[in-house]
Design a protein around this ligand. Structure first.
Ligand SMILES: *Cc1c(COP(=O)(O)O)cnc(C)c1O
Length: 400
């Protein structure tokens, strides 16, 4: 039999669960795009977006996913003949580098593998060696969603400064914004990219590029930036359509307005603390399961783990079997392993991820963990006892 009837739960690392409030805000007739509510609403939304990014500077919005934001950010600061330095800690770091290569930008990749964070000392070393000044930017993935590694962005700023190098610091916060603490201005980040469908709890379709005055200066020195990617009119529109380079993404904007209200009503510090507590509960359960079987957290040190996604190894074929079981029998969809093995390789079936970003609370996390616990039992995957007890203990201590 199946026990999956009832509300389904998508526990993958994006798109994330959408709040009913966001869905309701989007459920409306097409609005006027020339005057009225929509225009007034957007002007007020820009400061609220800056507050989430912890910056006083600029934001350009694109109708696109995270890949669009990657390309938009790069197109404004680097072109053929330039180079970028990419300390990669998983599939997404390599993905951003690949996007740069597509623009004719040379990429110096430092590959830190799939389960350890980047080392700022190696970034500093690479920048010191760049005496010709080829490197225009350092591309850091704050949280690499494939490996669930969280990198030290401020540490990379310190490394750039120690090397006395003028490179821009660019951060991919697509998986971390409004989940893990991120301080754009305080950490000296010049360009930050994000998307609507993860911590921001809105459907996929909006890409955000935040940029500093230093990045704006770099943009002004570029020989050419394509009209559509140029962030200048989007960040300083004289007319409403210039925010979007065309028609506004009307319904996404109503959804985003609601999501920003939810985030700011809770408070950024509280949002980060909630994600941290829920993540600790998940880790506690995983550690208990791992005591008596093959399940293991991909990232050993808690300080280097994302609070929004947890990558796990369990050995083939258990990863795929477990995902199938919890979806078909319990109504919970877990994330596939990404970038850990090639599709087609039997080892590919030995990984999965739990997404816990955005609109997620204690009962949802306990529900997902309970479904996994039942799946391990039903599939007779060896595992240690006490996982749910360990998770609930963490939650009890956190909530007080
Ligand atoms: C999801 C994600 C992306 C890609 O976003 P898409 O919307 O799928 O294009 C890039 N980087 C990180 C860190 C992500 O989590």
């Amino acid at each position: 039999m199946t026990l999956s009837h009832g509300r389904e739960y998508l526990a993958i690392p994006g798109p994330s669960v959408m709040p009913d409030r966001v869905l309701r805000a989007m459920n409306r007739a097409a609005p006027n795009i020339y005057e009225g509510d929509l225009i007034d609403m957007v002007a007020g939304m820009i400061p609220d977006l800056r507050r989430v990014a912890r910056t006083d500077h600029h934001v350009a919005i694109y109708i696109g996913n995270g890949h669009a934001a990657w390309e938009a950010a790069l197109a404004n600061v680097a072109g053929p003949g330039d180079a970028v330095l990419v300390p990669a800690t998983g599939r997404f770091g390599h993905g951003w580098a690949d996007m740069a290569q597509g623009l004719g930008v040379e990429t110096d990749i430092i590959d830190f593998g799939k389960s350890t964070p980047l080392d700022p000392a190696r970034v500093e070393e690479a920048l010191r060696a760049d005496t010709a000044g080829r490197i225009k930017a350092v591309l850091v993935t704050h949280v690499d969603t494939s490996s669930s590694i969280r990198n030290d962005v401020a540490g990379v700023r310190a490394a750039i400064n120690a090397a006395g190098h003028p490179a821009l610091l660019m951060a991919d916060c697509i998986a971390s914004l409004a989940c893990d603490r991120f301080e754009m201005d305080e950490w000296g980040v010049d360009v930050m990219v994000a998307g609507s469908q993860k911590g921001l709890m809105v459907p996929p379709g909006l890409g955000f590029v935040f940029f500093s005055p230093k990045a704006a200066t770099r943009r002004a020195q570029m020989d050419r930036v394509s009209r559509y990617w140029d962030w200048t009119p989007r960040a300083n529109p004289e007319q409403f359509y210039q925010y979007w380079g065309g028609t506004a993404p009307t319904h996404h904007l109503f959804g985003l307005r609601e999501a920003l209200d939810m985030i700011h009503d809770e408070g950024m510090e509280a949002v980060w603390a909630r994600h941290a507590a829920l993540a600790r509960a998940i880790w506690a359960a995983c550690e208990a399961w791992g005591q008596g079987g093959p399940l293991a957290l991909n990232v050993a040190a808690p300080a280097h783990r994302s609070h929004a996604v947890t990558a796990l190894r369990i050995g083939a074929p258990y990863g795929s079997e477990l995902r199938r079981w919890v979806q078909d029998k319990a109504g919970v969809t877990l994330g596939i392993g990404l970038g850990m093995a090639e599709p087609g390789d039997p080892a590919w079936h030995g990984f999965f991820r739990i997404g816990h970003m955005g609109h997620v609370n204690a009962h949802m996390v306990m529900g997902a963990l309970g479904a996994i616990d039942a799946g391990l039992k039903a599939l007779e995957v060896p595992h240690g006892p006490g996982a749910l007890e360990a998770a609930s203990t963490v939650l009890a201590q956190a909530a007080g």
